[in-house]
Design a protein around this ligand. Structure first.
Ligand SMILES: [Zn+2]
Length: 335
């Protein structure tokens, strides 16, 4: 236990807190910037078991902020979850680490042999966050939302008996409204600031504290860090908290099919919210190549993949054949 002596000495943790941390299981969804920061902290903190799920591979543009990866990972295009776990095994052999190269779908969550004590959001898209919200709500598992774009970030503890993500925002915002790291960039310290809040709250929950009520927001460029007050109780208008409905659990997952004989994948999303092609085109302008909008399709090229998007949301991605990677790119650029 010498390894954890400084942590055990912190007021609020102690030997009993350390015992609880060692006995806990945490699921981190997404091994990008947020996920790698949080996974590094929790592995060093000595959680009992850590499950990492991510469907994507490592690219050069990730190295600026995704702290568990190095140049060799980017050269080899290794799956993020696998490379993260390999790195973390060298950090702390006490932790039971598992890599899942998969979509975080409802089926994936339902298939977990052991339920986590806590779920951390390291995703880059709102459909997955609403799925986490509804799944954790139904199972009464706490989770911690986190997001970062540019120099701004936010995080919030969602306890089974407190306000949930739907209490704040009943529906997931369109990615084009909130921006993404692809279109707005992201500064490394933004991630560090957001995951400092998220990982500290995680450790507090694991030792039995209630966690901070409110929404942490920061703008590291302007030097602003605050916790916006939030009602301790769920919103009386929330369909999840009040009516017990979990809409994201009923949603049909995005289908991705490799087209036979072609280096291409077709994506067929749930068609409940078809994209506005003109809005998307305006949003993508300046960040993608060969952007072209016709009355029938939106076309562009990014990361050596050519996208063709149809009005109902169906898309063809040319230049790759891995459906997981195609879904990751679709969510990143078109959701
Ligand atoms: Zn709610």
């Amino acid at each position: 236990m010498d390894r954890y002596s400084r942590q055990a000495r912190v007021a609020g943790i102690g030997e009993e807190g350390m015992r609880r941390i060692r006995g806990s299981r945490v699921l981190i969804v997404g091994c990008g910037a947020l996920g790698t920061h949080a996974a590094d902290t929790l592995t060093r903190a000595g959680v009992g078991a850590l499950d990492l799920v991510d469907r994507d591979i490592i690219e050069w543009s990730n190295l600026q902020r995704q702290v568990l990866f190095d140049e060799r990972d980017a050269e080899g295009g290794a799956p993020k979850a696998v490379a993260a776990v390999e790195r973390l095994r060298k950090v702390n052999r006490d932790v039971e680490l598992t890599a899942h190269v998969a979509d975080c779908s409802r089926a994936f969550l339902d298939d977990q042999a052991e339920l986590p004590d806590l779920v951390l959001d390291g995703t880059d898209n709102f459909p997955t966050r609403y799925l986490l919200n509804d799944w954790c709500r139904q199972r009464r598992i706490p989770w911690i939302y986190a997001g970062a774009v540019g120099t701004e970030g936010a995080s919030m503890v969602v306890r089974p008996d407190g306000a949930c993500l739907r209490c704040l925002w009943p529906e997931a915002p369109a990615q084009a409204e909130v921006g993404s790291c692809e279109t707005h960039g992201v500064l490394g310290p933004t991630i560090a600031a957001v995951t400092a809040f998220q990982a500290a709250e995680a450790i507090k929950l694991l030792v039995g504290e209630t966690g901070t009520t409110g929404v942490f927001t920061c703008d590291v460029w302007r030097g602003r860090y605050q916790v916006l007050p939030l009602a301790d109780q769920p919103s009386p208008d929330c369909v999840g908290c009040v009516e017990g409905l979990h809409p994201a659990l009923a949603q049909r997952p995005v289908e991705a099919v490799t087209l036979c004989g072609r280096d291409a994948v077709q994506i067929q999303p749930d068609d409940s919210a078809p994209p506005d092609l003109a809005e998307l085109a305006a949003h993508l302008h300046g960040t993608v190549e060969d952007l072209e909008q016709t009355p029938h399709v939106l076309r562009f090229r990014v990361e050596e993949v050519r996208f063709t998007l149809f009005p109902g949301g169906r898309a063809l991605l040319f230049g790759l054949s891995d459906p997981l990677r195609a879904r990751a790119l679709y969510d990143r650029w078109l959701r």
